[in-house]
Write a new protein. Structure first.
Length: 282
């Protein structure tokens, strides 16, 4: 590996914790390009390889190879070292960003623990969709003006996050019984479900359903159900003037206080604070 000078990039602590695309760009870099961050960054980094080859070296996963159609996602605080492969020109679009709280369920489940995630997009239509969204981020950053530029950039990045989440879901084989329960929770989230009724529906014991669901989905049934409810509540807070107590009941929470506690845990602020922040930004 021909790397004479390693450029150490420090974390300067200047990144904001508010959701946003902090910086994004399009690079074509030869094999003298190296970046080493021993303490990671305070934001997330996403890189999409258009052509050429690069390598991301990590402590946990070893070498992750970046080639055409590869998306690499590096969470905050993760040591990483990446470089252009010898004899190559690595062309990529990248962005540093702070995610919206609602994205966290769409990100890989282990990324919060410092694991670098990589998705290799095989089909041309998905590659085209991801590339177009990345290029919109750049267009909004460099060309757009006005109060909504940041929102436009975030919307394009959210499209990428959703596309990647969809690709991961397609590759993950769920037990048909778990899929039935998951679909029911997603579409009927305002209903009150008893674990015994769900287990009877898919011909499993309650304990077996709970264990299998968490094993395959990554979280408990009540946590997933609350997630669906909170995402709907977040939309109602942002786009309607409905009272918070009414919103809590409408999405399936029996107690406004419990709803508030869950919302704070999920979004990092109370429903009222969330609504005020959204109103102040727009």
């Amino acid at each position: 590996m021909k790397k004479a000078d390693i450029r150490v990039v420090p974390t300067d602590g200047s990144y904001t914790h508010l959701p946003g695309v902090l910086v994004a760009d399009h690079y074509r870099v030869s094999d003298d390009y190296v970046c080493y961050r021993p303490e990671g960054t305070k934001d997330w980094l996403i890189m999409y390889t258009l052509s050429g080859k690069g390598t991301v070296q990590t402590e946990e996963e070893g070498a992750l190879h970046c080639s055409t159609g590869t998306v690499t996602l590096i969470p905050p605080g993760t040591l990483h070292y990446y470089f252009t492969n010898e004899g190559e020109v690595w062309e990529k679009i990248w962005a540093h960003y702070t995610p919206r709280p609602s994205w966290l369920d769409w990100l890989p489940s282990d990324s919060g623990n410092g694991a670098i995630d990589q998705v290799r997009i095989e089909d041309s239509r998905s590659r085209e969709a991801v590339e177009k969204a990345f290029r919109r981020i750049l267009a909004y950053r460099f060309d757009a003006a006005g109060d909504f530029r940041e929102e436009l950039m975030l919307n394009a990045l959210e499209e990428i996050i959703l596309l990647l989440a969809g690709l991961r879901a397609e590759r993950r084989t769920l037990d048909p019984r778990i899929k039935i329960v998951l679909d029911l929770l997603a579409h009927e989230f305002s209903e009150n479900f008893a674990i015994e009724d769900l287990a009877r529906l898919v011909h499993l014991s309650p304990s077996r359903l709970s264990h299998l669901f968490k094993e395959q989905v990554g979280d408990s049934i009540i946590a997933i159900l609350n997630g669906f409810r909170l995402k709907q509540a977040e939309k109602l807070l942002r786009y309607t003037p409905r009272p918070i107590t009414e919103i809590a009941f409408s999405v399936g929470f029996n107690s406004p206080d419990y709803f508030t506690r869950q919302f704070v845990h999920y979004y990092g602020m109370s429903p009222l604070q969330y609504r005020k922040r959204h109103m102040s930004r727009h």
